[in-house]
Design a protein around this ligand. Structure first.
Ligand code: ZN
Length: 274
């Protein structure tokens, strides 16, 4: 397990190494959403995030390791745990939820089980990565009611976590964004017919050993919104073997890290040109 406590300890280590740590906003349950910045704020910036899907929390220690080892001078912004409430719910179940009425609601959505290890959504049962304003509601698996996964929310950007990520993105105006997910060992690029900087996308993919795929039918994701809005390189990187259960992916963190150890160096180089 890699808990919120582990993250807080790592943020202190990063801070002592000279990284800037700040909050970009709050979750539905009022928990701060932290961000790490390293490098220089002039020139093209890179922005990455992880754990927008609750059960994919292995991506948090992955991006933290990437940030600890990043020694470049180009600017990198990292939101290591977008969906803090969802991750705590996936890891701890209902004991992470303060209010009885919300516990009752979530228990019902989860079919009466206190095992939330497969939960993807936030604490309002909205799937944050189908709540962005890019072909919102047009995804093949989208649902229009609260659910452990795939609920699009009442309207695009209805969720605090996504509003915080949007505000950060609009402020930083990154030239490259990386969205870390699990699992499948594959990278998705492009949105619809918009396909910026294929050459850099391929360089990043080659460094990981993951195949690079088009995601022309993708809808409502951060990468979709970023590519559609800014017309720059945005990638969704899916880490981990499909055969490994979500709560066991952490056992493979060293191998997952190895695949991704050059991603920031290449992405920040690409950001400088874009
Ligand atoms: Zn995901």
């Amino acid at each position: 397990m890699y808990t919120l406590n582990d993250l807080q300890n790592d943020l202190e280590i990063l801070s002592s190494q000279g990284a800037e740590i700040f909050d970009i906003g709050y979750t539905l349950l009022g928990r701060p959403i932290p961000c790490v910045f390293k490098g220089s704020k002039s020139g093209g910036q890179t922005l990455l995030h992880a754990s927008i899907h609750a059960r994919e929390w292995v991506t948090t220690p992955l991006v933290i390791e990437m940030m600890k080892n990043y020694t470049g001078t180009r600017g990198v912004w990292c939101v290591p745990m977008v969906n803090v409430d969802g991750v705590l719910l996936a890891q701890q179940g209902l004991q992470s939820i303060p209010e009885q009425s919300l516990k009752d609601f979530l228990l019902e959505i989860n079919n009466g089980s206190n095992n939330f290890s497969l939960w993807k959504a936030n604490a309002r049962a909205v799937d944050l990565n189908v709540n962005f304003n890019a072909r919102w509601g047009e995804g093949a698996q989208n649902v229009t009611y609260p659910s452990p996964a795939n609920y699009i929310g009442q309207f695009p950007f209805s969720e605090y976590e996504n509003m915080a990520l949007r505000t950060l993105t609009e402020r930083v105006k990154p030239s490259v964004t990386l969205s870390y997910h699990a699992k499948g060992n594959v990278i998705y690029k492009g949105f619809g017919c918009i396909d910026p900087d294929v050459e850099c996308a391929q360089r990043i993919a080659d460094s990981t050993g993951y195949p690079l795929l088009d995601s022309s039918d993708s809808a409502g994701g951060y990468k979709d919104w970023y590519v559609a809005t800014f017309q720059k390189l945005g990638l969704t990187i899916e880490v981990g073997d499909n055969d490994t259960p979500y709560d066991k992916l952490i056992d493979f963190l060293p191998q997952i890290y190895e695949h991704n150890e050059n991603v920031l160096n290449i992405a920040t180089e690409c950001a400088q040109k874009n």
